[in-house]
Design a protein around this ligand. Structure first.
Ligand code: NOJ
Length: 665
């Protein structure tokens, strides 16, 4: 289904002209009229503001750039052209949380030119959607032979009201892997996006960017209620280097009347370019087991030695488990040369991406996997030594092609790439895009760990499956872990950017074979529910496979799909709870996941999201009395015949959950 309308229509122009002051203003409303941009040029200085219905969300905010030598591009402009258009199409995702996505917006394109000697041109495009607004700058080719060095982007987001911000800090060693904190906007320092704010005006706002291509990532620096774009610099302080022209990513603001509205907003995807990969038949969502959790809990080592995880023997044993459990993919970390206990300490560590570790025979393992209908996921840990990785990338990907590997996880442990550049700077942005495109040439899907943030590139390159980029389950294995509220915050913040490989599904939440005092801070039923509340086209069933054998609740992990026809958020409060329902792409079944923070809760869930007819609800819930510190692994499984007219009572223990399959009868 494809619908497209493009037309130019008359603009609402508000102009005022007096001898010492000129002002031109243009208004752009979203298709339903609720979100409104106003652009104004006052005495040659551009500014914009945003309203939602009768609420002023952003007061006049700044626009422009500073180039090298304090050369600024932000004033003394005249308007040379203004055009308003509208666009409406429905496009299909190759995979996703919803099959069909409507992209409906009105656009205002304003062309500016400096009145001063240089007469430089700058275009600003504004788009107003029903779920938010966005704008970007285009600095067109204009016979300026110089290289361009952007030293600062002057964009501000001038919040009319303060609010509660959900944030993680920027410019830190652990990149994007921090626990979200909650504090007033006016108290923030410099933070990553998506930045979600529960505003005093009652709206929930999320600031982010879309289509981050050949540019530095935007972080946000707060000063009172004003957020300012803070581009992540190169090591020499330049923010963006380019020649001739540049187009910035879209600066986005999603606007929800409730927090859950943000989750079913597809504005970020809509602002990315359509799919560029012609034949997508090789790109398939999947679930997987791994030789992975065992390393994190200390059962195996990543490196060669007595307890080495990645041996031919152990890999074959895991292939047998995958076959028995009917999970079609298996990740094997540590199969290659270079893993040593010190690898993460040493500067520019050299991994080989083609030589096998002792005791590991790649071809023997991949042949055995093929015989058993299991697909191996390759793993490349770069240690952030990008030079070393890029020297080997072609031969490494060619090797995977040769042995029938179609999916690769690529890690970037280290606080700087090549010990020099922030992951989120322009260098990192271009590096991650290069690897993604290179992987597509080899028909490989990609799972990035220690990545840059997601800005919706999966629409353009659907081999971009998921990124870890946040504190996943692994933190529970070797640190104080993630508190119960963590997974009730991520859907309203980090996941707004895109899918995450969260590595859930731990049934042995007290980690019987792990380090003293370490555990997963949830009940086992909550671990099942995460497979629905976290969207990712690839989901790891992260526990040791032996912990799944003969467990009736494994049935839910086996059944739950990773590719969906539709998604509905039933309820949710940031940091407290969330209930999500999703419809399977390949059947008439629905699935529901409900999770809570450290508080137990009861919900009456209306099943009106179901279609006509009866369903068998297969319910996996905390047993009576189960909670974080009481019998957390106990799951009660029950069945019930239900229809859309029914309501279902859910009882979640402390840090508990419920997972339901609604099987169409
Ligand atoms: C951190 C990654 O998040 C994890 O998945 C991986 O196992 C380790 N690095 C080792 O590469």
């Amino acid at each position: 289904m494809f619908r497209f309308i493009l037309l130019a229509f008359s603009l609402s122009l508000l102009a005022c002209n007096s001898s010492d002051k000129t002002e031109e203003a243009y208004r752009l409303a979203s298709p339903n009229g609720n979100n409104v941009f106003q652009f104004q040029l006052e005495n040659g200085v551009p500014a914009y503001s945003v309203r939602h219905k009768d609420i002023e969300v952003l007061s006049p905010s700044k626009m422009g750039f500073v180039f090298r030598d304090n050369d600024s591009l932000h004033k003394n402009f005249k308007i040379t052209d203004v055009e308003e258009t509208t666009f409406d199409e429905t496009w299909e995702q190759v995979w996703g949380e919803k099959k069909e996505i409507r992209n409906h917006y009105n656009q205002l394109s304003v062309k500016l030119q400096e009145k001063s000697e240089k007469e430089r041109k700058l275009e600003i495009q504004f788009r107003a959607f029903d779920d938010g607004v966005a704008f970007r700058y285009i600095f067109p080719e204009q016979d300026l032979n110089d290289s361009i060095f952007i030293m600062d982007e002057l964009t501000t987001f001038n919040l009319k009201e303060d609010g509660k911000a959900w944030w993680i800090p920027a410019y830190r060693e652990q990149r994007y892997e921090y626990l979200f904190e909650n504090s007033p906007v006016s108290s923030l320092d410099t933070v990553h996006t998506p930045l979600t704010i529960e505003s005093k005006n009652g709206l929930t706002l999320s600031f982010h960017e879309a289509n981050l291509t050949d540019f530095a990532s935007m972080t946000l620096a707060a000063s009172e209620q004003t957020l300012k774009a803070d581009l992540v610099p190169w090591s020499d302080g330049v923010k963006v280097r380019t020649t001739g022209s540049f187009t910035t990513p879209w600066r986005t603001l999603q606007i929800g009347e409730t927090p859950k509205d943000l989750i079913t907003s597809y504005l970020i995807l809509n602002l990315n370019e359509p799919n560029k990969i012609e034949d997508t038949s090789w790109i398939k969502p999947y679930k997987y087991l791994g030789i992975w959790w065992g390393m994190h809990i200390g059962k195996y080592t990543f490196w060669e030695g007595e307890n080495q995880g990645a041996t031919t023997k152990n890999a074959k044993g895991h292939i047998d488990y995958a076959k028995q459990l009917e999970v079609d993919h298996l990740l094997i970390e540590g199969w290659n040369k270079g893993w040593t206990p010190q690898w993460y300490e040493s500067a520019m560590h050299q991994f080989s991406f083609t030589k096998e570790a002792d005791n590991f025979d790649l071809e023997e393992v991949t042949d055995y996997a093929a015989e058993n209908d299991v697909r191996i996921i390759g793993y490349h840990e770069t240690g952030s030594n990008i030079n070393n990785y890029l020297e080997q990338i072609d031969s490494a990907f060619a090797l995977y092609n040769k042995v029938g590997i179609h999916d690769v996880k690529i890690g970037h442990v280290g606080s700087k790439l090549n010990m020099e550049e922030w992951h989120h700077g322009q260098f990192g942005v271009n590096y991650f895009r290069y690897v993604l495109k290179k992987a597509a040439e080899y028909n490989l899907t990609v799972l990035f760990h220690e990545p840059i943030k997601d800005t919706g590139e999966r629409r353009t390159y659907p081999n971009m499956m998921a990124r870890e980029g946040a504190r996943g389950i692994e933190y529970n294995a070797w640190s104080e872990g993630n508190p119960p509220s963590h997974v009730t915050i991520l859907p309203f913040t980090r996941f707004l950017g895109g899918p995450m490989d969260f590595t859930a599904g731990i049934l042995d939440v007290e980690i019987s074979q792990g380090y003293d005092g370490r555990r997963v801070h949830s009940t086992a039923a909550k671990q099942l529910a995460l497979l629905v509340t976290v969207f990712s086209p690839i989901q790891m069933l992260a526990d040791l496979p032996e912990n799944y054998i003969d467990k009736p609740e494994f049935q839910f992990l086996k059944d739950v799909p990773t590719n969906w026809e539709d998604t509905k958020v039933i309820n949710g409060e940031i940091g407290k709870y969330i209930t999500t329902a999703r419809k399977d792409l390949n059947s008439d079944d629905w699935y529901l996941g409900s999770i809570t923070n450290e508080e137990s809760r009861e919900f009456q869930i209306s099943l009106d999201f179901l279609e006509e007819g009866d369903y068998e609800a297969q319910i996996y819930a905390d047993t009576k009395g189960t909670g974080l510190n009481n019998n957390p692994e106990a799951i009660e499984i029950s069945n019930k015949r239900v229809s859309a007219k029914d309501k279902l009572k859910l009882k979640l223990g402390e840090s508990g959950g419920a997972a339901i399959r609604f099987k169409k009868l």
